[in-house]
Design a binder for this molecule. Structure first.
Ligand code: GN1
Ligand code: MG
Length: 535
């Protein structure tokens, strides 16, 4: 109690205004975060006690600028914090800096959640390369230690590494331990084995990676070294010169549809950008007409689903396996059409936010999910894992069937199933392109995107908008949806929706149409309706 009391005194609550615990946890300017870290240390301790397992605390603001930071909790299987606990996180942060008030709330929660004072707690803490990160991590650590919690200090890590590390500690199948060397060995060995299984004498073209001047640059050097005999990886924006996420990184490339600074695009046929904490990935290249072309999250869904359904067919397992793609309303309509009608793979649409995609993907034996912004992964059910193992070892099957099953089995090891992992996704993408004999141009030509436009609208109260049907329709305020329907009906192949952002104080408008001019026009018309009905 005394230690916690002095910590509250040392880092007093600096503001009553803060964004709630959302998809990305808490995010704000780094200088107003210290007091929040005390409460996170407490919350993580309680979560660990309830789950009787290790939980994670990741300090990062992902693609946001260096001056920002953030924090989020990771649950024992490496997944995002359970949604009911987001409420406790918010309540803890609304409490005053009074040790008695805070302690009363902690005791109430302990009774409610049946936590005994002597229950053990263990937390793994990691952070990205922001200057503010070590201090924020030390505050979480001190708050948790004040409650006798054991700390594993992982220091610098990518977000997906910490998710995976937490899963390892809680899973006996994964030896209950994590080392960075084991992690990159696992990914790189799977990559090499998939190449060895292929009787091709092709070689890889060099890959240029824009690492957003973030933590990914440091971690990618391991992969570059291990795979040096297979693929040449050149890392740009590695933090030696530029600023974190400044005119570079996956978010910049996707939003501005522009090449990142600091990468000699013309020297490469394949380039990609990751974001500041290495959980998003976007590929890009210059096409024959000298146009800058990007391959976003929708394209990864298509590529991964294509590869996995093809291998399931070759292994004669396709009819026994439920494979599906999970998207949000921001997925380009043409990608959805292509997956359903050409690839004959089912598609589910869920609200924005990785936790929703991840949750839905668990419904499938092979659940592939990506947000259009490049965050995503693949989940494989235990049943699917047993099936492919059995098929790969079944002497009654043909060699081709066994090989395909073995390829799926190996591919599973190339994936970080806990969360989108840009480094794992790069290796998976490279291997699929290699095995299917594709380059970026051919991959892009699977289908043409419908032109689209996204707008941000500043409103007085964005919570006035309520949505249903995976955020594709509004039920409040009155008449908004009717007005949107009326506008959309004037555009052939038009599609549009509005929703309040969960990370910014704005309403997002999305519109799609046959031409860019029409998509822009539709978006602006809807923006006006939003302004009229909300402000
Ligand atoms: C349209 C869009 O890109 N939305 C992003 C953004 O959420 P909003 O609720 O739209 O602000 O940030 C989320 C967290 O990073 C990310 O999961 C999501 O995809
Ligand atoms: Mg990120």
């Amino acid at each position: 109690m005394e230690k916690l009391k002095s910590l509250l005194h040392e880092y007093p609550k600096s503001t009553n205004i803060f964004m709630g615990y959302g998809t990305a946890g808490f995010r704000a300017r780094a200088d107003i975060l210290p007091w929040i870290m005390i409460r996170i240390g407490i919350l993580a301790t309680l979560r660990s006690k309830v789950k009787r397992a290790c939980v994670g605390v990741m300090i990062t603001a992902s693609h946001n600028p260096e001056c920002d930071n953030g924090v989020k909790l990771i649950d024992p299987h490496g997944e995002m914090l359970d949604q009911t606990w987001e409420v406790y996180a918010n309540t803890l942060c609304t409490l005053d800096d009074d040790i008695n008030i805070i302690w009363d709330y902690v005791e109430t929660l302990m009774i409610q959640l049946n936590i005994q004072p002597n229950d053990e707690a263990i937390i793994g803490i990691a952070y990205d390369i922001r200057q503010s990160s070590p201090l924020l991590a030390s505050i979480v650590k001190r708050a948790a230690q004040a409650l006798s919690t054991t700390i594993m200090d992982f220091e610098l890590m990518t977000t997906p590494q910490l998710h995976y590390a937490i899963r390892c500690y809680n899973d006996d199948d994964l030896n209950g331990k994590y080392t960075e060397a084991d992690y990159f060995d696992k990914l790189c060995t799977a990559f090499q084995n998939l190449i060895f299984m292929t009787s091709s004498n092709k070689s890889f073209e060099s890959l240029a990676i824009d690492a957003a001047n973030g933590i990914g640059a440091i971690k990618l050097t391991h992969v570059r070294r291990i795979l040096a005999n297979f693929i040449r990886i050149d890392i740009y924006n590695d933090g030696t010169k530029g600023l974190l996420n400044d005119k570079c990184g996956a978010d910049y490339v996707k939003i501005y549809q522009k090449a990142p600074d600091g990468l000699p695009l013309k020297n490469y046929s394949k380039c990609c950008s990751i974001d500041g904490d290495a959980d998003r990935l976007i590929y890009f290249f210059i096409d024959e007409n000298n146009q800058f072309r990007i391959l976003d999250g929708d394209r990864f869904s298509v590529l991964f689903a294509l590869f996995l359904s093809l291998k399931l067919q070759e292994a004669k397992l396709f009819d026994d396996v439920k494979i599906g793609v999970v998207q949000t309303a921001y997925a380009n309509g043409r990608s959805t059409d292509y997956i359903i009608n050409t690839m004959k793979v089912s598609v589910a649409c869920v609200p924005t936010g990785v936790k929703h995609l991840h949750h839905k993907a668990l419904d499938y034996d092979i659940g592939i999910y990506f947000e259009a912004n490049g965050h995503g992964t693949v989940l494989f059910s235990d049943d699917l894992k047993s099936k492919v193992k059995a098929a790969s070892e079944d002497p009654k099957r043909t060699e081709k069937e066994r090989l395909a099953a073995n390829q799926i089995r190996t591919f599973i090891n190339l994936i970080n199933e806990t969360v989108g992992d840009a480094i794992a996704d790069i290796l998976a993408t490279e291997v699929i392109l290699f095995l299917l004999n594709l380059n970026l141009e051919k991959w892009l030509n699977f289908y043409d995107d419908l032109p689209q436009r996204q707008l941000k609208v500043a409103v007085k109260d964005r919570t006035m908008i309520q949505t249903i049907d995976a955020e594709r329709r509004c039920i409040a305020p009155a008449h908004l949806q009717d007005r949107i329907d009326e506008l959309v009906s004037k555009y052939p192949s038009g599609r549009a929706f509005v929703r309040p952002s969960s990370t910014e104080d704005i309403v997002r408008v999305y519109a799609e149409a046959i031409t860019q001019i029409e998509a822009d026009k539709l978006a602006i018309e809807i923006q006006k309706v939003v302004e009229e009905l909300i402000n």
